[in-house]
Design a protein around this ligand. Sequence first.
Ligand code: NDP
Length: 444
Amino acid sequence: MDAKKVLEDLKRRFPNEPEYHQAVEEVLGTIEEEYNKHPEFEKANLIERLCIPDRVYQFRVTWMDDKGQIQTNMGYRVQHNNAIGPYKGGIRFHSSVNLGILKFLAFEQTFKNSLTTLPMGGAKGGSDFSPRGKSNAEVMRFCQAFMLELGRHIGPDIDVPAGDIGVGGREVGYMFGMYKKLTREFSGVLTGKGIEFGGSLIRPEATGYGNVYFLMEMLKTKGTDLKGKTVLISGSGNVAQYTAEKVLQLGGKVLTMSDSNGYIYDPDGIDREKLDYIMELKNLYRGRIREYAEKYGCKYVEGARPWGEKADIALPSATQNEINGDDARKLVANGVMAVSEGANMPSTPEAIRVFQDAKILYAPGKAANAGGVSVSGLEMSQNSERLSWTAEEVDNRLHSIMENIHQNCVKYGTEPDGYVNYVKGANVAGFMKVAKAMMAQGIV
Ligand code: NDP
């Protein structure tokens, strides 16, 4: 494989999709050496078949708002690769959603799902609809209209969507209701469902908890843990909230959280009571993080991200490309020892280089945030068995999956000087399993 040429071809064939190009470039740069040890891969043109999604559905979603006006949005589902299991990946509702962003997420998801050791292919979907500022009734009508189209392309053994930015338990519930009505079937077609209708315990917590379990494994390699460490978290949604919860449980001090308008800095730390307030503010009242600063009298910085603050650890948990090269240099200059990604691709390529050159612990999202889809996989297993496992059982499995992913990263990513390149480790480990499955299944 000539990684440069593969990338140039992709850019030519699929212009104006910079996030997709960025994700592919990162993977190609780290798997090239391993790939070239297998001439049979090149003969089967495996790399192009792995980079280009199996198929993409794109559709118009029409719904009526509370004023009786007719609104249209775009809907998408990218089914990237199902070599090792049914397509699996979240649905994102956010005004920034476009095809290129979903293609990057579906590509990443394929490697992530492979790393989990569970049988899941990769997919991602979503819409440029933003639930922010919409009434419950509007969100319900949108979700139903979205599922009217998406429903014909998914199924419990075909493609199993879940939540992502803008899609939590409420949206999954509305989509599940419409799918059930359309198909006259009660099946595990979505994960992240309510606990009363097939959802798994620990699913809401899984991505955040899993990221902290992964972080603990990294810290262990340096003979340390979270006790007394200061932590910067971005975001204040699902991933950020449960990341903060687990950091607190393990003795860390959370200094920041944010939303798309700005960040709060609490030098006393966001304790359990304050975190409960954030959960209520964000999940119940759908308010803004600024209100935290007003209530607790701490600093709020409008229009900025928290990476200029001094701390031991950074856990980006909001969105892609939220840490650029300058942010990374500030973090390193302030003595950060570990960055573990709850969000997908939050660090730009330049930021990743800064972290790796400084030889700090750096874990890419496809390894560190794989706990979410892992518990989604466990939800699928429970639905198939028509059983539900205890919270302790699910949490134990999540813990051991994260340990396993960490071991695989160390196995494939340790460099001659002993530094663990977690990006390379995750990419090579994730790639090899999918590649072998594709080879075994012939040219399809
Ligand atoms: P939520 O919608 O629950 O929360 C997203 C948070 O990030 C909100 O605080 C939101 O602020 C903020 N945010 C969103 N877009 C931007 C932006 N462009 N700039 C700044 N802040 C932004 O989503 P999740 O917590 O589920 O997802 C967060 C990240 O984690 C995403 O990258 C997602 O892909 C990734 N992820 C999620 C998994 C899951 O299980 N949910 C699994 C694996 C990865 P605001 O309220 O202002 O919109």
